[in-house]
Design a protein. Structure first.
Length: 433
């Protein structure tokens, strides 16, 4: 399945993503030269992005996706989602100097974008970014993941940049939401500067941690819209606790086990609150008490599983770096209650890493109270809004993103009325948009 770590760390930018270096194009043996969005007849399109080492990944706007592996004859064969099973799709590319593709027997051409690379200063860092715009002169909304190409191919500009301390950006890596929000504000200003008169509606799109960062940035300096995917309206500590509680219920355990599991959650919180320096004796005690019981090995949580696997010596060193600046008790509700910017929140009903039930309840209550928040919950979708299948050992294998997911974001960003149906999403619309 997709890496959750990457989804959480690449939540920066106007399209809260990462500005990876442009694909190389000087070698016919370099897969990255084929990266791009390709258009076919009737304006259908497919995005080709980088996959695992030496591989590529294709995506359609309807959410279908597959991994491409080079075949012995120079073509590429596809496997379904992240399952590793062949799906029968075959792709061929001409030499890197060309912009063609043949995808599943149909010829297409790479979409040309107006791309501008930039570096911009914010406080003690210099961030590397990129503005990707549709070709032309008309005004468009500006909002490594494929969205930095999929949006421009659909008439929406995208500005992406590397988070401070990562990629081409300087500064110290942090998960301090206020600092990241200020970075996003600086990025938005840079995007508007580069776009000039072509900038139309301007806003944020962010996933996971972006649910805390993007609304905060919009509250500090107003924008035209905010789109949040698989984010939360609870604190980081509540996220881990809710994930443990969901582990208990989804494995069929009862209230007696829930009481015990919350002791594990309390022990984890003690370690996190000490910045990974103390509290290990408490975790060791609950581990010794319960590790022989069957439920204990079904406990994962969002962070707890790391604490259960690593030694205190490792965690005291690695923890403060990995979770640098995380405001564990951050309550996002005051920001959301006082934010008048139109928001679209998209959640996965089966998200076990960032359980969505309480967030959906809180957001829908705000919608009912007249706040400009629309909420879409996709059934049988997990973190990242990925549909999945369950293997015999209980692990999940991501297969695709749900039909309607991209179209919903596109319609909202473009500013039109939302349609009645977006795939299987349970959609609560704001009364104003």
């Amino acid at each position: 399945m997709p890496s959750k770590l990457c989804l959480e760390l690449l939540i920066v930018g106007i399209l809260l993503g990462a500005a990876h270096p442009a694909a190389a194009a000087d070698s016919d043996h370099e897969p990255n030269c084929h990266v791009g969005t390709y258009r076919f007849a009737q304006r259908a399109q497919v995005d080709i992005g980088r996959g695992e080492e030496g591989k590529l990944r294709w995506r359609r706007n309807d959410g279908t996706t597959g991994e491409l592996t080079r075949a012995s004859d120079g073509g590429w064969t596809s496997t379904l989602g992240w399952t590793g099973r062949p799906d029968g799709i075959r792709v061929t590319f001409p030499p890197c100097s060309s912009d063609g593709i043949r995808f599943d027997g149909v010829a297409g051409t790479r979409v040309a974008f107006d791309v501008r690379e930039t570096r911009f200063a914010v406080e003690d860092a210099v961030l590397a970014g990129r503005l990707v715009m549709p070709r032309g002169t008309e005004r468009v909304p500006i909002d490594d993941y494929a969205l930095q190409r999929q949006f421009p191919a659909s008439g929406i500009g995208a500005f992406v940049y590397d988070k401070r301390g990562t990629g081409g950006s300087t500064g110290d890596y942090t998960q301090d939401y206020l600092l990241l929000a200020n970075d996003a504000i600086a990025a938005l200003r840079e995007a508007k500067r580069l776009a000039g008169g072509r900038a139309g509606r301007v806003g944020y799109q962010g996933g996971s941690q972006g649910g805390w960062v993007a609304p905060l940035a919009a509250r500090i300096e107003s924008v035209d819209f905010v789109v949040v995917g698989f984010g939360l309206a609870v604190s980081p500590l509540q996220e881990d606790r809710a994930a443990i509680a969901l582990d208990v219920t989804r494995h069929g355990y009862g209230a007696d086990v829930m009481v015990k599991a919350m002791q594990v959650a309390d022990a984890s919180a003690a370690i996190l609150n000490s910045n990974f320096q103390d509290g290990y004796d408490k975790l060791d005690a609950v581990r010794a008490r319960y590790q022989a019981e069957p439920w204990f090995h079904d406990i994962h949580g969002d962070v707890t599983w790391v604490l259960l696997q690593k030694s205190p010596q490792e965690l005291r060193i690695a923890g403060p770096r990995l979770f640098a600046g995380v405001p564990l008790h951050y309550d996002p509700m005051p920001v959301l209650r006082n934010l008048t910017v139109p928001q679209l929140w998209i959640l996965g009903e089966d998200d076990v890493d960032a359980p969505s039930a309480e967030t959906a309840r809180r957001l829908r209550a705000l919608t009912a109270a007249g706040h400009p928040i629309s909420v879409a919950v996709f059934p049988h979708a997990e973190h990242g809004i990925y549909a999945y299948e369950t293997a015999a050992d209980g692990t999940r294998l991501s297969t695709r993103q749900p039909d309607g997911y991209f179209r919903l974001m596109q319609d909202f960003i473009l500013g039109g009325a939302l349609q009645p149906v977006y795939g299987t999403a349970d959609l609560t619309r704001a009364s104003v948009h």
